[in-house]
Ligand binder design. Structure first.
Ligand code: MN
Length: 436
């Protein structure tokens, strides 16, 4: 993909809030989500975020705003999920994005009439953007893999397969919720240090994981793998993902088949899908250190090396119950970037299908916890607290090693670069409730 007029930094929107400094939803972003009027029983519908507003794509379609290819594409966003549009492929995605850019751009015609097609985000409830058939979570940060490996297996932190295989586990899609989700603290089996038999009860080491996720666009037939040259064309967009993790449950159950109840009780995603086309200006070189094994040929391509990585800043913020009561703002726990990932989006998609597995529109591929090279860039409390041994200081004098009841954890992500318009993901928040 190359840059086109939808990326032009000189464009502003007639929706003024889109042009405000720090706006996540600029005219160059145009992410899709599913919404309805707050506290209503209206059917959910698809919209596009612009500033602090949502353009209602059903109303826009009925108002005759789209023509030709864009109208054909817009016909696929008239339901309550993005699956049909995700499956339509890059040409349809590009046609609708271009039309939306022109409709929402400053200087476009009929602005006053079009303002009636907007709904304030503050007046909307959001739903999952698509029906998620399958959810897979990768493990693409070597910094996370190494530091967590040190805690779980001091003698053998990084497994010998890590630098060859994009490691993942198959997760659970039924418990994925959209930002604003709350869930009871999970119960499970744990084996406390020094104990001779496991005990059962509420998790004492509940954690978050700071992740991004890739929404699969067009899928592949079973048995027909996606080559790395074609992989990017199958990725529709990205969102934030909090892969909540009960570390004590996980530590006892994870060998030999990987995570299970330690992670399947809840996962939270951000409601807006930022398209791969919107992320295009933030692509950067993917570099495999010379001293490391180079990828097997099926996971390697010149394009992937030139622009396979994407510079997306990711942050985790915590607000405790006491902070909420005292009106103390959330505290940032860490910040990193997806550019540090050991594997790219294209490599994740290609590897997932290389044995013949069929991906379907709306499948979700988590990137794994995005920890950066330094300890301060860690994407989980497990790492920031060094396995629960060092507590974090909060602004009101509280401390944390792991999450406590009524804590709200918020993930944020955004792309910023000189000469580019900001492209943000919005927020991904979730709150821990007491165990049932
Ligand atoms: Mn994870």
């Amino acid at each position: 993909m190359t840059l086109n007029e939808t990326h032009d930094v000189s464009h502003t929107s007639w929706v003024d809030s889109a042009n405000a400094p720090g706006s996540d939803f600029t005219i160059q972003n145009l992410p899709y989500g599913v919404f309805r009027r707050k506290d209503s029983t209206d059917p959910f519908r698809i919209g596009v975020a612009i500033g602090d507003q949502i353009l209602d794509l059903q109303a826009a379609f009925q108002a005759g705003l789209f023509a030709g290819e864009a109208r054909e594409a817009a016909a696929l966003v008239q339901g309550a999920t993005l699956n049909a549009f995700m499956g339509a492929g890059q040409k349809a995605w590009g046609a609708l994005r271009l039309a939306l850019s022109r409709v929402l751009r400053s200087g476009s015609k009929d602005q006053t009439a079009r303002a009636g097609l907007l709904v304030a985000q503050a007046d909307a409830d959001m739903a999952l953007p698509a029906r998620i058939g399958d959810y897979t979570d990768f493990f693409t940060s070597i910094h996370h893999a190494t530091s967590v490996g040190k805690l779980f297996r001091p003698d053998n932190p990084l497994m010998p397969n890590y630098k060859y295989v994009p490691i993942a586990y198959h997760g659970r899609s039924s418990s994925i919720g959209v930002s604003g989700q709350s869930f009871p603290r999970p119960l499970g089996q744990t084996m406390p240090p020094g104990a001779t038999a496991p005990s059962f009860g509420a998790s004492k080491r509940l954690d978050y994981e700071l992740e991004l996720a890739v929404w699969v666009g067009s899928g592949n037939a079973q048995g027909a793998r996606i080559s790395i040259d074609r992989a990017e064309a199958h990725a529709f967009g990205m969102c934030l993902l909090n892969d909540w993790s009960a570390r004590d449950v996980q530590a006892w159950e994870y060998q030999p088949l990987g995570p299970f109840l330690g992670k399947n009780f809840a996962s939270t995603i951000s409601p807006w899908v930022v398209t791969m086309e919107a992320l295009e200006p933030f692509r950067t070189a993917w570099i495999r250190p010379q001293a490391d094994p180079q990828p097997l040929p099926y996971l390697d391509s010149p394009e992937n090396r030139v622009g396979g990585a994407i510079d997306i800043a990711v942050e985790a913020w915590l607000q405790t119950s006491r902070m909420k009561q005292a009106a103390i703002a959330p505290q940032r726990l860490s910040r990193s970037s997806f550019r540090h990932a050991y594997w790219t989006v294209a490599q994740m998609l290609t590897h997932h299908t290389v044995g013949g597995c069929n991906l379907q529109p709306g499948d979700l591929l988590g990137t794994g916890t995005q920890s950066g090279p330094t300890p301060e860039e860690a994407g989980s409390l497990l790492e920031l607290s060094v396995g629960g041994k060092q507590s974090l200081q909060l602004p009101d004098g509280e401390t944390r090693t792991f999450l406590e009841d009524h804590d709200t954890l918020t993930l944020k992500a955004y792309c910023e670069a000189t000469g580019r318009a900001r492209v943000g993901f919005g927020a991904c928040s979730g709150t821990v409730l007491p165990a049932l």
